[in-house]
Design a protein around this ligand. Structure first.
Ligand code: FAD
Ligand code: SF4
Ligand code: SF4
Length: 1002
């Protein structure tokens, strides 16, 4: 029986008001009921969207208890949520969303001997495993979203990792769940032998469950798929085990396993007790090359018999994508023999090296026996293995970054079939895709018969109809092969309707009985697993057929996103042909598919503001969702330039971390520039923003009267006044102006015969001219004829230094930034035409020549300029690699250097060159600080309203690492604001790499 979600009742404003008032009185957590907040929790990584009643971010589990009780009184549904990375719409619904990820994320108990750990539901898997690592154990359900998904969500979905053939799914690794029921009862769900048998509610539930299981004994045996990867419906088979891998060692029932995979529809998890595994100490990887995709699929069944922990597929499309990527090309080449149509990554892992090596040899022999001798590339080295696994991940990311309205849609992405049918299943499904005018790329878990594939569909047009047609044909095959329709990602909105298809009417009724037993009012995550809407209920789509973008004239060129995709050929139309009323800006925003990778914490840069606040609002995903909702009119007619959107972008430090690290390439820094442009057109600029933006214009005056402009930091009360009048934090010193600017004092004008052009940005010209001087010295010492970039003689402002426009961009003054960019292009045209490299020092300035200049409509010259623009260290590294760098360097008194990379250097993969050129200094040991943004980020950290957040960002890793460094360690940071933050926060002086090299000149 299907029933629509109770959206009409729930959306009654009165209920929303009453709920938020009651919560405000009775809980301590954050109550988020505004339009923007609701919008940010209206989606997960699925195709669905529903406006929630509101959001509660509970501070303690008492808050959850109180909220559940209020909801019960008001008959308001509620949904527990972790990272919101579900692909099937599990966390989407018109309900009160309880976001456990911010506060309910502690490790509560750890027993090394018993190899168990008890955690709160909001803890992220990677955090837990980092915590466990020193103890030599891990929680081995290694899902791809490990950096952002929570244990509560993993249990909710019965998640499965790449190594499930070895370790099983969540259901095989959860020992107990302490849970809250809809009526306020609480208890521990664990082994049947430990469950109460008295008159309590829990005991009554257990008795009734046993009755249902006895009643359905034969039906369970008849309909529950026997495969390992089956996550649909409720795990009623705990009482009559069907999985090919027992849920418990002796097949005895564990009541926690009924809650695993129940998607928050039966109970709210308070604590999870998990079984841990020893960390494998030795790994071997064998890459099997196949001449046909079919053979790869066909032979997986034989390979798994060797006992690998993972057998993962990379198909031809992904091989090609990786080959064409400069970062991954060499790695994938190392794994290939000739031109395979697919490779299988076969990993063996355990505690002894010899055992894994023997298994790898067996793999080689097996492939010979199967008629594919010399098809295995052996990879015993951990570094090579890791590099190859990252290629597999990157391939998926590139696939997900397809532009245009057609997107790879997840709905049959994790059907599981027995391995002997895998080859036939994949080739038949590929034919079905072609029949419906689409295609898909295959990847992932060949070991367990769960291959991921997402046909490309446009949900705004004919996507829904094709989705149903493909799902029906795929399901018929799954039935034929006795597989599972839902093999990894759960049921949610996209697959709950298939529960009755998979399990038949009797078990569907049994599931409804179970739901009613636990949650008689139907308030816990309604519409999931039982009594669900149809998968193609278009009113629940994020991109409904009625979805419309409001017209907008962007100032930057977004036409690269304004394309239409050809789903069958996986190609896109020419830039600018995509019919986006916002000329590509909306389509760029819509690239966010909500996979939540921006919630990761430990590695990379993205997203520094979220790392400090842990708020969905201050997350790349939260920002993209807000922009999308505003630009599609879903937050009201003028929402795009509203305060709400402004606040959502306020803590974005424009670090470009997302540009590089977001799997779909969401570039929020660029979007913020466009937004600020639209914002300031409507609201104007604050005095402070105007002052900072126009700095390149008044800087010449400051250089003439530095004592006057520096009074702010010397005159008593001036700093205080600058905070009151301008909003510049009194707790900050400002950069000091000086008379000896670089351009006024440096001479090296090889206009006609220059080998290299030195571009001195505003900061390195006026404020830290020693850096530019050092760069000039080093370049000249290396024998280059250097031209110092100056304004063209035809320039109407020829006496004013060139400027990349960065300060204007930070305020959204795109027209002014374009004017500066034109001056740069005009001045450098003679060098561009001769192919002379342009070298700059400040990452955020120089790299805008490779980034923002390309979307300013500056023509072909800008593209050539981008190709010729290098950071100082990139240029030297390039010359060194070519064997043309002749730089004599001597050892320095300091033997250690510690490097902090500027965010834009990281975004353009330009940190390594700094390490390389520092490494040219004899005897210098160069270390890298694993840091995100320093928190200063241009003018961001100078603003009083951002001071605290700025310092918190710095304290995450940068400042502690700097403080730990010995006093004679050289600190290197190429960003002017990074150096200032290090000085402010740690009292240490960092310097530009150019200064270090200049001192080391022999
Ligand atoms: C790119 C990508 C790759 C993925 N790869 C994998 C993969 O390799 N393997 C895999 O299994 N999945 C994968 N997934 C799906 C998803 O990431 C996992 O299912 C993940 O475990 C969900 O965790 P979460 O914290 O985001 O949960 P959420 O999405 O927030 O919630 C998941 C479910 O759990 C429920 N829930 C959350 N907290 C509680 C609680 N305290 N009490 C009761 N119920 C609760 C929710 O209501 C919901 O029904 C992938 C998703 C994406 C986007
Ligand atoms: S911004 Fe990028 S990383 Fe974040 S959810 Fe969206 S697509 Fe994923
Ligand atoms: S630019 Fe940086 S701060 Fe802004 S959303 Fe992207 S990662 Fe976050």
């Amino acid at each position: 029986m299907n029933a629509p979600l109770p959206s009409k009742v729930i959306h009654a404003g009165q209920q929303r008001n009453e709920l938020s008032e009651r919560l405000a009185r009775e809980v301590q957590g954050e109550i988020l009921f505004g339009r923007g907040d609701r919008g940010r929790y209206a989606t997960d990584a699925s195709i669905y969207q529903a406006d929630p009643i509101g959001v509660l971010v509970p501070k303690t589990f008492d808050d959850v208890r109180a909220a559940a009780s209020i909801c019960a009184e008001l008959r308001a549904p509620f949904v527990a949520r972790g990272g919101g990375t579900s692909q099937c719409g599990q966390t989407v619904g018109p309900a009160l969303i309880l976001d456990n990820s911010k506060y309910l994320n502690r490790v509560i108990d750890f027993d090394r001997e018993a190899m168990t750990v008890t955690v709160e539901p909001g803890i992220v898997l990677d955090h837990l495993n980092a915590w466990l690592k020193p103890h030599g154990v891990w929680f081995p359900v290694d899902v791809s979203t490990s950096a952002q998904c929570t244990l509560g969500g993993m249990a909710g979905n019965n998640s499965c990792g790449s190594r499930s053939i070895q370790y099983g799914n969540m259901v095989h690794n959860v020992l107990a769940i302490d849970a809250l029921l809809a009526d306020g009862a609480e208890g521990r769900f664990g082994p049947l032998s430990t469950m109460p048998t008295d008159q309590t509610r829990l005991a009554a539930i257990v008795r009734r469950l046993q009755e249902i299981a006895v009643r359905e004994h034969d039906e369970i045996a008849r309909t529950v798929p026997k495969v390992l990867r089956r996550v649909g419906g409720y795990n009623l088979d705990i009482f009559n085990p069907q999985s090919e891998r027992p849920y418990t060692p002796d097949n005895s029932p564990n009541l926690a396993h009924l809650l695993v995979g129940s998607e928050g529809t039966l109970a709210i998890t308070r604590l999870l007790t998990l079984q841990l595994a020893p960390l494998p100490t030795h790994k071997m990887l064998g890459v099997v090359n196949f001449p046909t995709f079919y053979q790869a699929m066909d032979m997986a069944q034989h390979i798994v018999k060797l006992g690998p922990v993972a057998v993962e597929l990379v198909d031809r499309t992904m091989i090609d994508l990786a080959r064409n990527n400069p970062a991954f090309g060499p790695t994938i080449e190392r794994a290939l023999i000739d031109e395979p149509q697919a490779v299988l990554l076969v990993e063996f892992a355990g505690t002894t090296q010899d055992e894994q090596a023997a298994r790898l040899r067996q793999l080689v022999e097996l492939m010979g026996d199967l008629g594919l001798p010399n098809s295995v590339v052996e990879m015993p080295e951990p570094a090579a293995q890791q590099a190859l696994w990252s290629v597999r991940k990157a391939g998926l990311n590139i696939m997900m970054s397809m532009r245009g309205d057609g997107k790879p849609v997840s709905f049959i992405e994790d059907c599981a079939v027995p391995l002997e049918h895998l080859a036939e299943y994949t080739s038949r499904l590929t034919e079905i895709f072609h029949k419906h005018g689409t295609s898909g790329t295959w990847y992932a878990h060949a070991s367990v018969g769960t291959l991921h594939v997402r046909p490309i569909l446009d949900m705004r047009t004919d996507g829904a109809a094709k989705m149903r047609a493909i799902a029906e044909e795929a399901s018929a095959m799954v039935r034929e092969y006795k597989g599972a329709f839902s093999g990894e990602h759960g049921d949610g909105l996209v697959r709950s309707e298939w529960v009755s298809w998979q399990f038949g009417p009797r078990l569907t009724q049994a599931f409804e009985d179970i739901k009613d037993l636990f949650d008689p009012q139907g308030l816990m995550n309604p519409g999931k697993i039982v009594r669900s809407p149809k998968m193609d209920e278009t009113s629940l789509f994020r991109f409904k057929p009625t979805y419309q973008v409001l017209p907008l004239e962007p100032a930057l060129d977004w036409s690269a996103w304004n394309v239409t995709g050809n789903a069958a050929a996986q190609t896109t139309s020419a830039p600018g042909t995509g019919n986006d009323p916002a000329h590509g800006f909306a389509k760029a925003i819509e690239m966010c598919n909500n996979n939540g990778h921006c919630r990761k914490f430990d590695a990379g840069t993205m997203c520094p503001s979220y790392r400090v606040t842990h708020d969905e609002q201050h997350l790349t995903r939260g920002r993209a969702n807000t922009l999308r909702l505003a630009l599609s009119g879903q937050m009201g007619p003028d929402a795009f330039t509203s305060d709400e959107v402004h606040q959502t972008l306020d803590l974005c430090v424009s670090c470009k971390g997302c540009k590089r690290e977001c799997p779909t390439g969401v570039d929020m820094a660029k979007m913020k520039i466009e937004f600020l442009y639209q914002w300031q057109k409507q609201h104007g600029l604050r005095l402070k923003d105007k002052l900072i933006a126009t700095m390149p214009r008044w800087a010449p005056w400051a250089a003439r009267l530095p004592w006057l402009f520096n009074l702010r930091d010397t005159l008593p009360g001036a700093a205080w006044l600058s905070e009151r009048l301008l909003g510049l934090s009194a707790r900050r010193s400002l950069p000091q102006w000086r008379g000896d600017t670089f351009l006024a004092t440096a001479h090296s004008d090889h206009t006609k015969d220059a080998d290299v052009v030195l571009f001195a940005d505003t900061f390195n010209n006026y404020l830290e001219s020693e850096n530019a001087r050092a760069a000039l010295t080093v370049l000249e010492a290396a024998g280059y004829k250097v031209h110092i970039a100056r304004a063209d003689s035809q320039d109407t402002q020829k006496d004013r230094p060139l400027c990349c426009g960065r300060t204007y961009l930070s305020a959204g003054l795109i027209d002014e930034a374009k004017a500066e960019a034109r001056r740069v292009v005009q001045a450098l045209r003679p060098f561009i035409s001769r192919g002379v490299p342009i070298v700059g020092l400040e990452p955020s300035c120089l790299l805008s020549l490779r980034d923002e200049f390309l979307v300013m409509g500056l023509g072909e010259d800008a593209s050539s300029l981008a190709r010729l623009s290098f950071l100082f260290e990139e240029f030297l590294e390039r010359e060194h690699a070519a064997g043309t760098l002749h730089l004599a360097l001597k050892p320095l008194p300091q033997k250690k250097a510690l490097l902090h990379g500027h965010c834009h250097q990281k975004a353009f993969d330009a940190v390594k060159p700094v390490q390389t050129v520092l490494g040219l200094i004899p005897e210098l040991n160069v270390g890298l600080i694993e840091s995100s943004c320093c928190g200063m980020a241009g003018s961001f950290g100078y603003e009083a309203s951002h001071y605290d957040v700025s310092m918190q960002m710095a304290e995450l890793s940068l400042l502690p690492a700097v403080r730990k460094a010995e006093t004679d360690t050289l600190l290197v940071a190429d960003g002017t604001s990074c150096r200032h933050q290090i000085a402010d926060g740690a009292g240490r002086q960092a310097e530009h790499v150019a200064c270090v090299l200049a001192r080391a000149l022999a």
